[in-house]
Design a protein around this ligand. Structure first.
Ligand SMILES: NC(=O)c1ccc[n+]([C@@H]2O[C@H](COP(=O)([O-])OP(=O)(O)OC[C@H]3O[C@@H](n4cnc5c(N)ncnc54)[C@H](O)[C@@H]3O)[C@@H](O)[C@H]2O)c1
Length: 330
């Protein structure tokens, strides 16, 4: 069993702590938040010691693995310091998305994990579902043929106004990651954004994407629509077929080209995913599994490098809005 600590005990870190407690591959040994009340509440609930300083916790417990679920400006400025501290101490780290709001910080974290030879994963949970895995299997079996296009959309309500780029930086690590998962690296992006009535930030956006392998894609996302109905859709098409994933895990449909019969996987009533929280459960379990199996850091699914690649696309999208041009990814 891996000895695990959780850093940052907001709603998301507290969820990580509960999921580690329930996972047979993990032994939750401590929690840390600079907000004493939050650390103490999570510690009392989980029956583990509370810490209010990351270096102190790392010295006292020497965990194998840390989750970093801090937030901050653009939901990510606070990730850098505790991530660097945990990596420096030789821990494997599972960080929350976005990897960072600043590309140079993300690059430093990825580089330090590499130098230390430890596994660094990001909670890109939307692709850790049976439906998304089945779609990947169909793709690997050649059922899509030569890839042509990808259409993705995701919309939720998030009324925060912390930064003009909040929606682009904090919502779209997920969507870009899912698109990269099926279509590979992005070559160029053009982005248009708009503001819902009363909003000051670019709360809705559309991206046109060109992938390095020639695939073309469109992504639309919004922080302006209340939850309730479906909220995410991913369509990937090739010369031999097309799949559509609805709501990450609810359903995936394969439409073979020239064949009037489609193939549908629906989330089962018994033994299926219960709700969105199960995307965290699956993602955390996969990280624990890969670390336990000694998978090499480059092979980690949803790695720090994936998180960084997604953030580079989003930074290019921001530059596209600012300049009104197509931006090529460095
Ligand atoms: N993967 C997903 O689907 C998903 C969904 C929602 C949010 N998130 C991400 O989860 C993260 C956390 O979200 P939240 O709503 O729980 O945030 P939050 O702001 O409520 O909580 C973050 C906590 O981290 C603590 N913290 C900050 N710096 C610290 C440090 N150096 N040491 C110890 N504690 C520190 C803060 O005191 C705070 O209690 C964000 O990055 C967000 O983007 C992911």
């Amino acid at each position: 069993m891996l000895r695990v600590c959780v850093i940052g005990l907001g709603p998301i870190g507290t969820r990580h702590a509960r999921l580690y407690q329930a996972d047979p591959l993990a032994d939750l040994v401590g929690v840390c938040d600079i907000d004493k009340a939050r650390a103490d509440a999570a510690a009392a609930e989980c029956g583990v010691p509370a810490f209010h300083s990351v270096p102190e916790m790392l010295r006292a417990l020497a965990p194998d693995l840390c989750s970093v679920a801090t937030g901050g400006y653009e939901y990510s400025s606070d990730h850098y310091e505790p991530t660097m501290q945990a990596l420096e101490a030789g821990c494997h780290v599972l960080g929350e998305k976005p990897i960072s709001n600043e590309i140079p910080w993300a690059e430093e974290m990825v580089a330090l994990a590499k130098a230390k030879g430890v596994c660094y994963g990001i909670d890109l949970n939307h692709r850790f579902t049976p439906a998304a895995e089945l779609a990947k299997r169909w793709q690997n079996e050649g059922r899509l043929g030569h890839l042509l296009f990808c259409n993705m959309s995701m919309w939720i309500m998030n009324p925060r106004e912390s930064s003009p780029w909040f929606q682009i930086k904090a919502l779209h690590p997920h969507t870009i990651d899912v698109m990269r998962h099926y279509c590979g690296d992005v070559e160029a992006v053009q982005c248009f954004a708009t503001k819902a009535p009363g909003r000051r930030i670019w709360s809705t956006a559309h991206f046109s994407l060109l992938f390095k392998n020639g695939v073309v894609g469109g992504l639309t996302g919004s922080y302006d629509i209340e939850r309730g109905h479906p909220m995410e859709r991913c369509e990937v098409a090739g010369t031999k077929g097309r799949f559509v994933i609805d709501d990450m895990f609810r359903e995936v449909t394969l439409y073979p080209a020239g064949d009037m019969e489609k193939r549908v996987y629906s989330n089962p009533i018994f033994g299926g995913m219960r709700d969105f929280e199960d995307t965290f459960l699956n993602r955390i379990h996969r990280f624990l599994e890969q670390v336990s199996q000694g998978v090499s850091p480059e092979e980690i699914d949803g790695s720090g490098a994936d998180g960084l690649a997604a953030q580079r696309v989003l930074q290019a999208a921001i530059e596209s809005i600012q300049t009104g041009t197509v931006v090529h990814i460095q």
